[in-house]
Ligand binder design. Structure first.
Ligand code: GLN
Length: 423
């Protein structure tokens, strides 16, 4: 030890002494920040994961009707009866999960709130929560807010399989929960039955709760099938299954999600949810009920449409010199830019925005140790074909980024930020 005294407090990430230590511990969302940067540069936004097309017409009309018909005040805090019953029917139809609309279902403001409410309901400060990584950015702040100690376990590239040994080692008497996100954002990995069975066994051995984020369940490729952990023997009693309308029905702005949980945990989730947000938007719950009743063909076309987009986009990445593993599900691709002379993901992502007009998310946002993600950027391909055409045309010019930056940092064709407009 040197004689220098260490400051007891880390530097403030928000320079205001009134801000709580809790909020100082997590940064702004890089995903949402990149959307703002995309707007600033007039770039194609392949950063934040949302489609640039509307939900099915029938579902849109149901929302319009619901507003006109008076669904404009609070609903029952844990969700309308109609939507909860539709969630039960859908979970039976697609997931092999048996639930009771009265006891097991909580409708939330998106899967985002469901995850936060689940963590708050399960975790006491100091408990450990296992999180396979790369992981969706929100899980970090979810852990901070609930007081959990996140324990990352790697999904191993290039195929992003779960490291079984590291997973076994991570479980202990302190393990309160594990977050399982398959299909995985950002890697596109879909866990196999064997991987899920191992998770189930370990949860059983250590009396651990599984919190599953299954928001991409219907976006799986090459004939794969999504499997719900709660459908494995014994797991319904210890699994909180989270989903929502955002990705399956292209309605990310509606903020309708839900959790299915054993009765005790569902009661806890309802409490947390009630005091967080009271209820999800009422009219969109009514419309979500219609969405959940769409026929089989809707789901097969959704997956087929995204598979076409995936194939096109992955081909374009490969011919532009970016390495990637073909995603098995979800609508993201993590691209490896090691062949390009940039020191880290942030500088490459900024060069993509400034010089090619494409916004991505720097890979470090998905890893507990930023250096593990420093050679990746994440692209989302949930975009209209015309948007992808534009992005693919720009990617064809990626060779321009092979040259290290000039001394003055700019070169012909470099974009400048537009005057900042409030969003
Ligand atoms: N899940 C999407 C993503 O990873 C959108 C996240 C969000 O901004 N809520 O980009």
């Amino acid at each position: 030890m040197t004689g220098r005294k260490r400051s007891a407090r880390p530097p403030l990430s928000i320079p205001d002494r009134h801000v709580s230590a809790r909020v100082q511990r997590f940064p702004e969302s890089v995903i949402r920040e990149m959307t703002r940067i995309a707007d600033l540069y007039g770039a194609v936004n392949l950063a934040q994961g949302f489609p640039d097309f509307d939900p099915p017409k029938k579902v849109l009309r149901a929302a319009q009707r619901a507003l006109a018909d008076g669904a404009n005040q609070y609903s029952v805090t844990w969700g309308t009866v109609g939507l909860r019953e539709a969630i039960v029917a859908k979970a039976r139809r697609f997931n092999g999960i048996e639930a009771d609309a009265e006891k097991n279902v909580v409708v939330t403001c998106g899967a985002t709130e469901a995850m936060m409410a689940a963590m708050l309901s399960v975790v006491d400060p100091g408990d450990e929560v296992i999180v396979p990584e790369p992981f969706y950015e929100n899980y970090g702040p979810d852990a901070v807010v609930s007081g959990a100690r996140a324990r990352p376990v790697p999904l191993v590239p290039p195929d992003w399989h779960l490291d079984a040994e590291r997973l076994k080692q991570a479980f202990s008497a302190r393990t309160k929960a594990i977050v399982v996100n398959s299909p995985n954002n950002p890697s596109g990995r879909v866990l196999t039955k064997e991987e899920l069975a191992l998770i189930a066994d370990l949860c059983d051995d250590h009396d651990t709760v599984a919190i599953t984020d299954e928001i991409y369940e219907h976006i799986v490729y090459d004939g794969r099938r999504h499997l719900s952990l709660a459908a494995l023997p014994g797991m319904a009693d210890r699994t909180i299954t989270i989903n929502g309308v955002s990705k399956t029905y292209s309605a990310t702005g509606w903020r309708v999600g839900w959790a299915i949980a054993p009765a005790g945990l569902a009661a806890a989730l309802r409490r947390a949810h009630d005091f967080l947000t009271v209820c999800a938007p009422h009219a969109f719950q009514v419309a979500a009920e219609v969405a959940l009743g769409l026929p089989e063909t809707y789901y097969t076309q959704l997956a087929r449409g995204y598979q076409r987009k995936r194939d096109r986009f992955v081909r374009a990445l490969a011919s532009s010199g970016l390495g990637c593993t073909v995603p098995e599900g979800a609508y993201y691709v993590l691209a490896d830019f090691s062949e390009f002379p940039y020191p880290d993901d942030r500088s490459f992502a900024m060069a993509l925005v400034e010089q090619l007009g494409i916004a991505t998310v720097p890979g470090s946002s998905f890893f507990s140790r930023p250096s593990n993600g420093a050679r990746y950027v994440r692209f989302v391909f949930a975009k209209r074909d015309s948007t992808l055409d534009g992005a693919i045309a720009r990617l064809a010019e990626l060779d321009r980024l092979r040259e290290p930056r000039g001394r003055r940092g700019s070169r012909p064709g470099q974009r400048r930020p537009r005057a900042r407009r409030p969003r």
